[in-house]
Design a protein around this ligand. Structure first.
Ligand SMILES: Nc1ncnc2c1ncn2[C@@H]1O[C@H](COP(=O)(O)OP(=O)(O)OP(=O)(O)O)[C@@H](O)[C@H]1O
Ligand SMILES: [Mg+2]
Length: 475
């Protein structure tokens, strides 16, 4: 089209040579050259300029049908056309390049924004890795993108794949980091790397890459808080020019976001683990205190009580006053013993370990000073941490209802479905519960979240208080 267009116009204008003239012909040819520059690019358009000049000289400038130009004005017109035509072509080309650049950077920005938004939401790690890898794959001129995590045992785990090699590198598969290939180079240097041919690559990954038809590939490290965490690789399987130089920079923008997400997830996991440790340690301490009270102080009180009863029996009948006093001390000791037993039970409910949540919640309901309606639809035994969490939520909620709510009744509902235990404790009292004003509700949040659950407190003033808890029954 580039060369043919102006030549055709030259031919088409032959019948109108005299009325059309050289200037008219060149004008039309300039329009065609501009259209070629927009649609076909630099080279065809420049070829169009050259062929326009030749066609103008041959068909439109006297003497006809010869490349010679006899009039000075025609010669100048042709030179002017060549200069202006070339300038127009170069300008159109530059504009197109700028437009292309702007379009690409807008796409990159949009993709980075999507990933950053996702990172801020803190989704499950596998979801985020898949999203980042897909964005990278769709943005760059590549056929595949693979995200890998370096393990401490000298392997790399594939955590996300986009594009062609899904079969050969499935998510979750592990390969040894060895031999000569992109993944090993990034592991050894901790820097971006590129491999433009897999012909001489070796190691499990190199061999699999060659078998997958990898050609031009680029990999960038994923560095989490100064430590090499993994690698993002992209590449093409088709014969085409090597990946552009900008690939490393683009890839690094995405791996930085992935690294932020990994760091966030790791610190969240650390907080959850330390919370769980604190809650477990507190439970262990409670259990030990309960055992110590049971085996130590309570036994001692029992034997003191027996000694006192024996002494009471030995008092001569004449000393009735002393006998009465001993008797009331022994009675007081028995009451103290009961109180201590109740106290020890409250510290760590032995009944929970023996009978599970059902009997334990019934005991709590019986002890509560308010009427309690129990609707228990979960009868099987559950993991101990879940039973303990359930017990403490109900215990605190009943105590709060009795202490703060001026409620007339409290309803406790418990049901398990689809691996989730759902607990609701609702009172019809004053409402307006505020975790910031005490330690009980905050402690429940710590306990529930430490076992992977959630707790919501709904407590509008005047509308009662409802505690909704969900606890995962799985691992
Ligand atoms: N069921 C309820 N009805 C009305 N107000 C409540 C209820 N539960 C809690 N509150 C209000 O919310 C505050 C916080 O409750 P929270 O259980 O955290 O602390 P607390 O009961 O005051 O003290 P503790 O640390 O001994 O539990 C309470 O002080 C109370 O004012
Ligand atoms: Mg409380």
């Amino acid at each position: 089209m580039g060369t043919a267009g102006p030549a055709l116009i030259g031919l088409a204008t032959i019948p109108f040579r005299s009325s059309f003239g050289l200037a008219g012909g060149l004008f039309f040819m300039m329009l065609v050259v501009t259209a070629v520059a927009v649609a076909g690019g630099l080279r065809p358009a420049l070829a169009g300029v050259v062929s326009s000049v030749l066609a103008g000289a041959f068909f439109l400038a006297p003497p006809d049908n010869s490349l010679r130009v006899s009039r000075l004005g025609d010669g100048l017109a042709l030179i002017a056309f060549a200069v202006v035509g070339a300038a127009v072509v170069l300008m159109v080309n530059e504009l197109a390049r700028l437009g292309e650049q702007q379009w690409t950077s807008r796409r990159v920005e949009a993709a980075l924004r999507r990933v950053a938004t996702l990172v801020a939401l803190g989704p499950p790690a596998d979801e985020l890795f898949a999203a980042v890898t897909e964005e990278v794959g769709q943005l760059l001129p590549v056929d595949f993108a693979i995200m890998g995590r370096y393990e401490s045992d000298g392997t790399v785990t594939c955590v996300a794949v986009w594009g062609a090699p899904v079969n050969r590198f499935p998510v979750g598969s592990r390969s040894r980091v060895e031999g000569k290939n992109l993944v090993t180079i990034v592991h050894e240097t901790g820097r971006p790397a590129r491999v433009d041919s897999f012909e001489h690559s070796s190691g499990t990954i190199g061999v699999a890459g060659r078998a997958s038809g990898f050609r031009s590939t680029v990999g960038t490290p994923i560095v989490v808080e100064g430590r090499l965490w993994g690698v993002m690789t992209v590449g093409s399987t088709r014969l085409r020019p090597p990946l552009p130089q900008s690939t490393e920079v683009r890839l690094a923008q995405f791996t930085e976001l992935a690294a932020t997400a990994v760091a966030n997830a790791e610190s969240r996991a650390e907080i959850a683990a330390s919370r769980a440790r604190i809650v477990t340690a507190a439970d262990d301490t409670r259990r030990r205190i309960e055992r110590d009270l049971h085996d130590g102080a309570q036994q001692r009180l029992v034997s003191l009580g027996l000694q006192l009863r024996a002494a009471e029996a030995d008092v001569p009948p004449a000393l009735t006053g002393l006998q009465g006093e001993l008797s009331s001390v022994a009675d007081g000791l028995a009451i103290l013993q009961d109180e201590l037993r109740e106290f020890a039970r409250g510290i760590h409910p032995a009944i929970l370990a023996e009978g599970g949540v059902g009997p334990a919640l019934k005991t709590l309901a019986r002890r509560c000073t308010l009427p309690v309606e129990l609707d228990l639809q979960a009868h099987e035994r559950m993991p101990e941490r879940i039973e303990v969490a359930t017990y403490y939520v109900v215990s605190e909620a009943l105590t709060n209802a009795a202490k703060h709510a001026q409620a007339s009744v409290v309803r406790v509902e418990l049901r398990s479905d689809g691996g989730i235990l759902r607990l609701r404790v609702r009172d019809d009292g004053t409402g307006g519960a505020d975790p910031a004003r005490g330690s009980g509700l905050v402690g429940l949040k710590d306990r529930v979240e430490s076992v992977g659950g959630t707790i919501t407190v709904n407590s509008q003033a005047g509308a009662g208080t409802s505690l909704d808890v969900e606890l995962p029954l799985g691992a």
